[in-house]
Design a protein around this ligand. Structure first.
Ligand code: ZN
Ligand code: FE
Length: 260
């Protein structure tokens, strides 16, 4: 069964992801009901599941209205206060959506929020796919609203070890702004320089810059590159001393980005 993945745009820069196969569809992070209801009407697909990565309104704000009109199982973080969840998850579970032929491994990725989840489908598409909400972005990562730098660094490390070709479906179109920071962290990183050009061309053509891939992020995302000498050096400049470990390096870069 091949599963198609589509983006629905919401608000200024959110993506609501639709996974569909054979007239059935699951949606990830329906922050706004309207694009989802329009999609279901237009396509005639039957809703088979709603998945939430975390409790922020731009990710779950439309869930209640969608589910009132199209009842379906609602998967989401057990540790967060989200109305209507039927299948609370904490990470480590495996969930199967037989209607669309998808099995996800649920990853706990706290940091942006306390109970943030990522949904990893190892056999989705040719190379696997992960739906990671506001944890990993194109060339960036989410802000630490509820978690510590150590939690977020560990969460990002879990995503970093997924196979390099894995497609990363994050929830926001932030890549271009994030790359302005990435090049400030690593001015001599040729992969970042190339990506800035590629992303500029995509945005001029009004194309999405996501999904991205784990391998691309490993080369260009300063929040996965705590081991790179240039990132270590940038962290040392911010801290006034060499970072003691990956967490301190990550924390210094994240702190810099907050004020960039
Ligand atoms: Zn968020
Ligand atoms: Fe968000």
């Amino acid at each position: 069964m091949t599963t198609e993945i589509l983006a629905l745009k919401a608000f200024d820069d959110n993506y609501i992801w639709v996974l569909r196969s054979a007239g059935q569809a699951a949606v990830v992070d329906p922050g706004d009901a309207t694009p989802v209801l329009d999609y279901l009407q237009r396509s005639g697909d039957r809703l088979c599941a709603v998945l939430a990565t975390h409790h922020h309104g731009d990710h779950i704000g439309g869930a209640a209205e969608v589910l009132a009109r199209h009842p379906a199982p609602f998967y989401g973080p057990a540790a967060e206060d989200i109305e209507g969840i039927t299948h609370p998850l904490s990470g480590g579970e495996r969930i199967t959506l037989p209607e669309i032929g998808v099995t996800f491994e649920v990853l706990a990725v706290p940091g942006h929020t306390r109970g943030h989840l990522a949904y990893y489908g190892p056999s989705l598409g040719a190379t696997g796919a992960v739906f990671c909400g506001d944890t990993l972005f194109g060339a960036g990562c989410g802000r630490l609203f509820e978690g510590t730098p150590a939690q977020m660094q560990a969460s990002l490390a879990k995503l970093a070890v997924l196979p390099a070709p894995t497609f990363v479906y994050c929830a926001h179109e932030y890549t271009q702004a994030n790359l302005r920071f990435a090049i400030a962290v690593e001015p001599a990183n040729a992969a970042v320089q190339r990506r800035i050009e590629d992303v500029a061309a995509a945005r001029i053509a009004d194309q999405a810059t996501v999904p991205t891939q784990i391998g691309v992020e490993l080369e260009t995302n300063p929040f996965l590159r705590w081991d790179a000498p240039a990132v270590q050096a940038a962290a040392a400049t911010r801290l006034g001393h060499a970072p003691a470990d990956a967490v301190e390096a990550f924390a210094a870069i994240r702190e810099w980005k907050n004020r960039f």
